[in-house]
Design a protein around this ligand. Structure first.
Ligand SMILES: [Zn+2]
Length: 429
């Protein structure tokens, strides 16, 4: 080792090295010395003066707030699937590179783990209590929609939770003014009160992201069509989407789907018959295909009762009509149900041909397009808000439960490992 090389090793700027000479370095962590080739390359590029200049200032050394090192970064928004370091500064993604030599105030060692954009769950009941959003953060969920827990009468309760949530969250207003009722939100059609819902949205436009219409026979009875018509009447005044809770309706699918417009969401898309999206001979209904063609989204919403049955899942997956988004239908009891957590729900279609990358797209970039609030999220692009989920993809034997106590066995399952929200690591509880 020549003295000259040694002197340059101790005084080089980490910024220079990260910018120019780390690209061909295969082994992360071995960055305390420049190789001869790198040194010559630096000298040849006219950078030797800088490389041999006095050491980095404190500001340069702590250039980033946080670096997540060595994880397998899967970011379907840019078709990236590779081992990368992710640097974060001022709450935003600052760099995604094979190796980032600069220092950071905090480091997360993600070797052996998946580093993905923060998960976005568009069908939850997180706003039923203030503890909801922080609990979901533990599962990697950094953005959420409460799907109609409350209607006009008590919408202030769910908005208060959204307002105080550490993660961005919004609510859908239940067209039934009393919200979710055990006897059926709109079994009494008077509860589908257009004026009350419009008034609530007008007063809370910043926190109400759309309208929820629950249409199953035990929720709306014979009123399903009229309830959806009224939901659209409310939504049209504000140009917001309607999310319908489908499955086991009294009206047939074509009649209901006729009322869906571009940007609306069909949730519980794997609901078994009666009135599933697939017919008995294994064909997706033409009205369903037409809805997707005109820009209606299809969402999973795992849930607990009546929304997911493996034989229906298998038949629908076989046709290639796959969901646009995963969601959980989460509530504070989900850990004790077949939901468990969002990464578990994302793992349920691996056995039906979905890859890990395809599942991650449906929990990140896809849902980011459904509600405007999330438009700049669901990505690790430089400049995006630094919301990151670190997951473990474990191999083994895992049981997944539908809503009818049927189990399937899978060989891979995603587990939450750590969450970063707006550039800050969330403490595990
Ligand atoms: Zn729900």
């Amino acid at each position: 080792m020549s003295p000259r090389r040694r002197s340059c090793t101790v005084t080089r700027s980490p910024v220079l090295v990260s910018a120019r000479y780390e690209k061909d370095r295969a082994v992360p962590g071995e960055r305390s010395t420049l190789t001869r080739r790198e040194f010559l390359s630096a000298a040849g590029a006219g950078a030797a003066m800088f490389a041999c200049a006095p050491g980095p200032t404190a500001a340069q050394a702590a250039r980033y707030d946080l670096i997540i090192r060595g994880g397998r970064v899967i970011d379907p928004s840019v078709r990236l699937d590779a081992v990368r370091d992710v640097a974060i500064a001022a709450g935003r993604i600052a760099a995604v590179e094979p190796t980032i030599a600069a220092q950071a105030a905090e480091t997360i060692d993600a070797r052996g783990k998946l580093v993905v954009p923060g998960l976005i769950d568009i069908h939850t009941h997180a706003a039923r209590s203030a503890e909801g959003p922080p609990l979901m953060l533990q599962e990697g969920v950094t953005g959420w929609i409460d799907a109609g827990s409350q209607g006009a009468d008590h919408i202030a309760d769910t908005i208060a939770v959204a307002r105080s949530s550490p993660s961005p969250g919004r609510v859908l207003i239940n067209i039934g003014r009393a919200g979710i009722l055990p006897d059926g939100d709109t079994m009494d059609l008077k509860r589908a009160d257009v004026a009350a819902a419009r008034d609530a949205i007008a007063k809370n436009r910043d926190f109400i992201a759309g309208v929820k219409a629950r249409l199953s026979r035990d929720v709306a009875g014979p009123n399903d069509f009229e309830v959806l018509r009224r939901a659209q009447e409310v939504a049209s005044a504000f140009n917001v989407p309607v999310m319908i809770h489908m499955g086991q309706t009294i009206s047939p699918i074509p009649r209901l789907f006729d009322l869906l417009k571009r940007g609306d969401v069909v949730t519980h898309m794997f609901a078994p018959p009666p009135n599933s999206i697939i017919d008995d001979s294994g064909h997706i209904l033409p009205a369903v295909l037409a809805a997707r063609r005109r820009g209606v989204w299809f969402d999973v919403a795992n849930g607990q009762n009546g929304h997911l049955r493996w034989d229906t899942v298998e038949a629908i997956m076989k046709t290639g009509f796959w969901p646009d988004s995963f969601s959980t239908d989460w509530n504070t009891n989900s850990r004790q149900t077949g939901v468990v957590d969002f990464p578990n729900c994302m793992s349920k279609l691996f056995g039906y041909g979905m890859t890990v990358n395809e599942a991650i797209a449906r929990a990140t970039v896809n849902p980011s397009r459904i509600f405007p609030l999330f438009n700049d999220r669901g990505t690790l692009n430089v400049g995006a808000p630094a919301d990151v989920a670190i997951l473990e993809l474990r191999e083994g034997t895992f049981e997944f439960v539908d809503n009818y106590k049927n189990t399937i066995t899978g060989r891979q399952r995603l587990f939450p490992s750590a969450t970063v929200l707006a550039g800050k690591r969330i403490a595990r509880t």
